[in-house]
Write a protein that binds this ligand. Structure first.
Ligand SMILES: [Zn+2]
Length: 271
């Protein structure tokens, strides 16, 4: 949703999670699906053979847009995206949107998935992001739902992106979102105002949540929440740093992610 809000306007283009095309994690990633539902999509067709390190630059040049939004969450892709931007003379800004641990766990619980695993994944993801040392701004999902206009306006200010009235009304513009979550894609299809209000948690979920919340989770969550709030878009008024230095040594999980994707690509093509 945030990528579409930022991608709304003539000078921006939202790629969705295009990184999964280059580095598939699931079998579905072996064929690019676009939210426009054209098969193949004419917009993406012109970029799919671009080398990954040149993708953002080529999108920007070919579509004549100043800002290219990439919402691929895979952190190895994020690290490389920052490195490629520096090599291509582009400026990378990192923005992270986060749900409260409870809301995140609830989205898992509704799908019958274990809450303990959701909490593990939550702390692992944000801890790793903090560990990269990349400069970023954070944005609370719940706050964005409550007050989209002021948050998008503030974020645009940080990013040096023009804000216009109604930029957050992303459903008013057609999009070419690679992959992306089904909720946002359904929203695009329905043409309904899409900013959903928060769910009210059922008692059964709350009981399950607190049963699964361990002391270790609590300690790690506290560290993650502190870090996220320090990066909050409202916490500082400064603009984003002008360049990000990639880490000198990449963490082990970076190489694990790269090899997992290579294996997936290789085995997928053998089928
Ligand atoms: Zn398309």
């Amino acid at each position: 949703m945030l990528d579409l809000m930022l991608g709304h306007g003539a000078e921006t283009f939202s790629c969705g999670e295009v990184g999964f095309w280059y580095r598939p994690v699931q079998r579905e990633h072996l064929r690019l699906q676009c939210s426009c539902q054209a098969s193949p999509c004419d917009v993406w067709n012109q970029f799919l053979t671009s080398p990954e390190q040149q993708l953002h630059r080529r999108v920007s040049q070919s579509l004549s847009v100043r800002h290219v939004i990439d919402s691929t969450k895979r952190l190895s892709w994020v690290l490389d995206g920052n490195r490629w931007a520096a090599l291509n003379g582009l400026l990378a800004h990192n923005v992270v949107i986060w749900k409260s641990p409870q809301l995140y766990a609830y989205s898992w619980w509704k799908r019958g998935k274990p809450i303990a695993a959701a909490l593990d994944r939550y702390v692992r993801y944000y801890s790793r992001l903090a560990e990269t040392g990349l400069p970023c701004k954070s944005l609370s999902y719940e706050a964005l739902v409550e007050e989209p206009e002021s948050l998008i306006r503030a974020l645009c200010e940080h990013l040096g992106m023009d804000y216009f009235r109604g930029k957050e009304h992303f459903w008013k513009q057609s999009a070419h979102l690679a992959f992306g979550n089904s909720g946002t894609r359904e929203t695009l299809d329905s043409f309904q105002p899409a900013i959903r209000t928060q769910d009210v948690f059922p008692t059964a979920f709350e009981e399950c949540y607190f049963q699964n919340l361990t002391a270790d989770h609590l300690q790690r969550l506290r560290a993650v929440m502190t870090w996220l709030k320090q990066q909050d878009v409202h916490a500082t008024s400064d603009r984003m740093p002008q360049s990000a230095s990639p880490p000198l040594r990449y963490p082990l999980w970076y190489y694990r992610q790269i090899w997992q994707s290579r294996l997936r690509k290789w085995t997928g093509r053998l089928r």
